[in-house]
Design a protein around this ligand. Structure first.
Ligand SMILES: Nc1ncnc2c1ncn2[C@@H]1O[C@H](COP(=O)(O)OP(=O)(O)OP(=O)(O)O)[C@@H](O)[C@H]1O
Ligand SMILES: O=P(O)(O)OC[C@H]1O[C@H](OP(=O)(O)OP(=O)(O)O)[C@H](O)[C@@H]1O
Length: 221
């Protein structure tokens, strides 16, 4: 038998929303996959030709871009940050909704007009996306790369502003920050390695269609 198709799925919040979609697409993982205490990284499914790996959100794109996994589920924030040409993103799964935004301390925002910025120092997990966004509007952005807890950076003087994900706005509020500019809306996408999409079309084509239908069926319910 040919090597199984590997689907990379991020641990964390997307996993919970993705499980029902996977099942609607006909892929039922072994029980340990949904168990946060499991230390396993690779999981069998009801289909002998498909296994799942559970990795960090940013790494989903890396595994798929290099062809180590053929498919993946990943936020459009991650795709915008890496901009991998090897990745094709055919289906918006309509889960994991949030936005990437610029935020700053409440006191700073009171007298601030984003249209007047010429240089900004930003703490973020998304330096490429941030630089591209500001360059496009003629602002020079100096980025300090963090891997989480960006919201604490302004009060400690690490950077005046942050670029991070916002959903309810609660994290910003509890850290004395306000959203001053929305860079992009985010949702989770099904991604496919472009080369694998051609060489293993007989299995990947129907899988992509199964995900597309799963989203339609869920949204119609
Ligand atoms: N507050 C949110 N609301 C909705 N979706 C979100 C939110 N935060 C993150 N996401 C989506 O979920 C993805 C994974 O985010 P999550 O916070 O689970 O990862 P993480 O904990 O930062 O990752 P890591 O495993 O690298 O620590 C993000 O890339 C984004 O697409
Ligand atoms: O607007 P809110 O609803 O408060 O959501 C925004 C928060 O959610 C995400 O963090 P997450 O909870 O995933 O924590 P982490 O990035 O530290 O893992 C994001 O990085 C923000 O901190």
């Amino acid at each position: 038998m040919a090597d199984p198709i590997i689907i990379a799925v991020p641990k964390g919040r997307i996993l919970e929303e993705a499980l029902p979609l996977l099942e609607k697409a006909g892929i039922v993982p072994e029980a340990a996959f949904a168990d946060p205490d499991s230390r396993a990284l690779r999981f069998a499914t009801n289909r002998a030709d498909i296994s799942l790996i559970r990795v960090r959100a940013f790494d989903v794109a890396t595994f798929v871009a290099h062809g180590a996994a053929q498919l993946g589920l990943v936020g459009s924030d991650v795709l915008m940050e890496f901009d991998y040409s090897e990745i094709y993103a055919p289906v918006d799964l309509d889960i994991g909704h949030c936005r990437v935004s610029v935020a700053e301390p409440v006191a700073m925002a009171a007298g601030d007009d984003p249209r007047e910025w010429s240089h900004v120092r930003v703490a973020t997990k998304y330096p490429h996306l941030t630089k591209r966004h500001f360059e496009a509007r003629g602002v020079q952005a100096e980025c300090v790369k963090l891997n989480g807890a960006m919201e604490i950076a302004p009060v400690l003087g690490l950077a005046g502003r942050i670029v991070d994900l916002v959903s309810s706005g609660r994290t910003l509020k509890e850290n004395g920050l306000v959203e001053v500019e929305v860079i992009a809306q985010v949702s989770t996408r099904l991604i496919v390695n472009r080369a694998a999409f051609k060489t293993r079309a007989a299995i990947i084509g129907p899988l992509v269609e199964a995900f597309r239908r799963a989203v339609e069926v869920r949204d119609a319910a």
